[in-house]
Design a protein around this ligand. Structure first.
Ligand SMILES: NC(=O)c1ccc[n+]([C@@H]2O[C@H](COP(=O)([O-])OP(=O)(O)OC[C@H]3O[C@@H](n4cnc5c(N)ncnc54)[C@H](OP(=O)(O)O)[C@@H]3O)[C@@H](O)[C@H]2O)c1
Length: 257
């Protein structure tokens, strides 16, 4: 019999991971969300029971997956009362497993290194899962879970996961912010962001097989100082963008620090 899972949190990760685990045949016995409608709606998709009361979380699951906001992990685990043989894992990149260690004998981390949005279906076969468990049986279970999703998986300790999360903020959140800046600049001159989309795609595609350091192009790496100055003159009216431009230009030229 596959181990039974209780899913704590019905946000983006809770929803996508829960549906994928359900599809892979894992019995999800209960969904918890502090928002009753979210718990009910996800539970209906997973054939699970649901609750919005931390005190009513079932003691009958084998694995408890916490998919709540990082800041809520401490509060939620503090309220959980579970038999000592239960495995409790969170899905956070930046949160140390210590937060669980202090409360549970068996604990771990199941961190999918991908960006999840409500309206985009993730392809778990491409998502690296960073695994950690304090005990061998716990790790074996997390490994079987990752395998059943068809995901590549890696044993990653707290420090490595934290470092990966820092790197992920640069390659995902900061890059996406720069897309937003580009969109704002284009729109401010009534130009469509669509004109920039193929460039974004090609930039992401070419670094799939090469180091980003080898793939850099543009005025900063070429040393086209006059072009850089004309860009900065254009951005004078947007000092926050000019500052970003200067800082990134220095980084590309290797002049930071
Ligand atoms: N999204 C990503 O790209 C991503 C990727 C990898 C890992 N993760 C990790 O996965 C975890 C969940 O992230 P997410 O993106 O799924 O977040 P999310 O969509 O914002 O959902 C967060 C969930 O936490 C619940 N929550 C927040 N504060 C709570 C509290 N005090 N008590 C009880 N429940 C609370 C929310 O409940 P309500 O809906 O009622 O507000 C919601 O169900 C985080 O640890 C995050 O670091 C996220």
């Amino acid at each position: 019999m596959p181990e039974r899972i209780a899913l704590i949190g019905a946000g983006r990760v809770g929803g996508h991971l829960g549906r994928r685990l359900h599809k892979a045949g894992w019995p999800i016995v209960q969904v918890y969300s502090r928002t009753p409608d979210k718990a009910k709606s996800l539970a209906a998709q997973l054939g699970a029971g649901y609750t919005d009361d931390l005190n009513a979380i079932t003691p009958d699951a084998d694995l408890y997956i916490l998919a709540v906001s990082d800041d809520a992990i401490g509060e939620v685990t503090g309220a959980l009362r579970l038999p000592p043989d239960k495995l409790v894992v969170h899905t956070s990149g930046a949160t140390p497993s210590d937060e669980l260690h202090n409360r549970f004998a068996r604990y771990g981390v199941f961190y999918p290194l991908q960006t999840f949005s409500a309206d985009r279906e993730p392809d778990f076969s491409t998502i690296p899962i960073c695994l950690f468990a304090a005990d061998t049986a716990g790790y074996d279970l997390l490994e079987r879970l990752a395998r059943s999703l068809g995901s590549p998986f890696y044993a990653v300790d707290d420090r490595q996961r934290f470092v990966l999360h820092v790197a992920a903020v640069f390659v995902n959140n900061f890059t996406n912010h720069l897309y937003q800046v580009g969109e704002d600049i284009a729109h401010s001159e009534q130009l469509s962001f669509d004109l920039l989309r193929p460039l974004i795609l090609e930039t992401a595609q070419k670094i799939q097989t090469a180091s980003p350091a080898a793939m850099q192009t543009g005025p900063a790496i070429r040393g086209d100082a006059a072009t850089v100055e004309r860009h900065l003159a254009y951005l004078a009216a947007r000092p926050e963008y000019a500052e970003l431009y200067r800082m990134l230009t220095k980084g590309i030229k290797g002049e930071m620090g």
